[in-house]
Structures are given as C-alpha cells and as structure tokens.
Design a protein. Sequence first.
Length: 56
Amino acid sequence: MAHVISDDCVACGACAATCPVSAISEGDGKYVVDPDVCIDCGACEEGCPTGAIAAE
C-alpha cells in the first residue's frame, strides 16, 4: 500500500529527499506519492516535518 500526502503538506520537499525510489514529486500546491513506484518503506513519513504523510 502506498503512502499518501494530506492537505497539511507545506510543499517543503523534505519527503522527496528521503524517498529511496523517487516516488514523490511536486504536485499542485503539495507533493504527491506515485502509488505505482512507492515501496511503502515509511521514510517519507519519518521525514515530514508537518506529519502530512500516512500509510493509505
């Protein structure tokens, strides 16, 4: 199951920097996780300063 980024995202990019498979990219006002690439490792969740990322 992929992780998802909520509207609490402040588009800082910290999550994208921690993703080992580059599954996170900048979207419209917030970052988004590509569920086809995400390996559900949780690195992004730990790296998010606002707690905007959770397992789906």
